[in-house]
Design a protein around this ligand. Structure first.
Ligand code: SAM
Length: 276
């Protein structure tokens, strides 16, 4: 896809501009989300029109107008072509997800990782997804493993509202529920333990490890996301080891999966840990 956009713009942009063009972009539902470097902002309309001409199913072209930021990890957008709207319906792993990418966090790039984790869930498990966003982990797990029970907790009111809507859009999924609020308050109030807890908050999940261990049953599974450079993956495991020691628990097994990267050197890793 990256070569295709550059090729289509070859007659319109100078060789230097073509060099600077980021040819790849994310597709969320019928929306393309692209990074337009500062020096190419005067070309944004041409870039958007070319994407629309190349991909007939794309109706909205937006550019990243900032970075993922704040507690809710929100990304500011500017619509640069197509329809002037921000809501779209995306399909992932057989699940329908409605979202406004400017109000909620959602990454299409994590779809394979969600499928990997969902495939590990066994019949009868009680699963908790902390930081559940618009619901992709709970819904994908709920669809793939209909004989488990899944609960998601999310603080961003817009993301929680989409999660609830998304549950109603996926009528066959009947084993998922969502709670709105801060996991620090909501998890202790649940007064129950889980067989598996998923923590998709790579930048600060470490701050919630003690809390998560309190909600995890003996011999339960923890999926802990962290950001680490190559060679530092053992540090992610060590964070869990330390939390286990603080809480009188035992880290029985741990394996690390690379689930993506944030920059060429910084990886998003998931530690699958069995905790006694
Ligand atoms: C990286 S996003 C992951 C969202 C979702 N699991 C996904 O994969 O698309 C992290 C989410 O955690 C939420 N969050 C951050 N702090 C929270 C807290 N203390 N309690 C509940 N949710 C929180 C954010 O609003 C955001 O939606």
């Amino acid at each position: 896809m990256s070569g295709e956009l550059k090729k289509a713009l070859a007659g319109q942009l100078s060789p230097d501009e073509l060099d600077r063009l980021v040819g790849s972009f994310d597709i969320v539902g019928d929306m393309a989300i692209i990074i337009v470097p500062e020096e190419l902002l005067h070309r944004k309309r041409q870039i958007a029109d070319t994407i629309l001409a190349l991909h007939k199913h794309i109706r909205v072209v937006a550019r990243r107008a900032g970075h993922y930021d704040g507690e809710f990890r929100i990304l500011p957008l500017e619509i640069i072509g197509g329809e002037e709207r921000r809501e779209t319906l995306h399909r992932e792993n057989g699940v329908r997800l409605l979202l406004n990418p400017e109000k909620v966090y959602y990454s299409v790039r994590s779809g394979n990782e969600r499928k990997r984790v969902a495939a590990l869930v066994r019949d009868g498990e009680r699963v908790l997804v902390l930081f559940s966003g618009i619901g992709p982990y709970p819904l994908v797990i709920g669809r793939i493993q209909p004989l488990c029970q899944v609960v998601g907790i999310e603080k961003n009111p817009d993301a929680h509202a989409y999660a609830v809507k998304n549950l109603s859009y996926n009528k066959k999924i009947t084993n998922v529920s969502f709670i709105h609020g801060d996991v620090r308050e909501q998890l202790p109030q649940l007064g129950r333990v889980f067989d598996r807890i998923i923590m998709p908050l790579p930048r600060s999940a470490g701050d919630f490890l003690d809390l998560a261990l309190g909600g995890l049953c003996r011999d339960g599974w923890l999926h802990f996301y962290d950001l680490q450079e190559k060679g530092g993956f053992a540090e992610a495991v060590e964070k869990i080891g330390q939390a286990c020691r603080r809480n009188g628990r035992e880290l029985a097994t741990a394996s690390v999966t690379v689930a993506g990267h944030c920059s060429p050197r910084l990886f998003r890793v998931c530690v699958d840990a069995r905790i006694g």
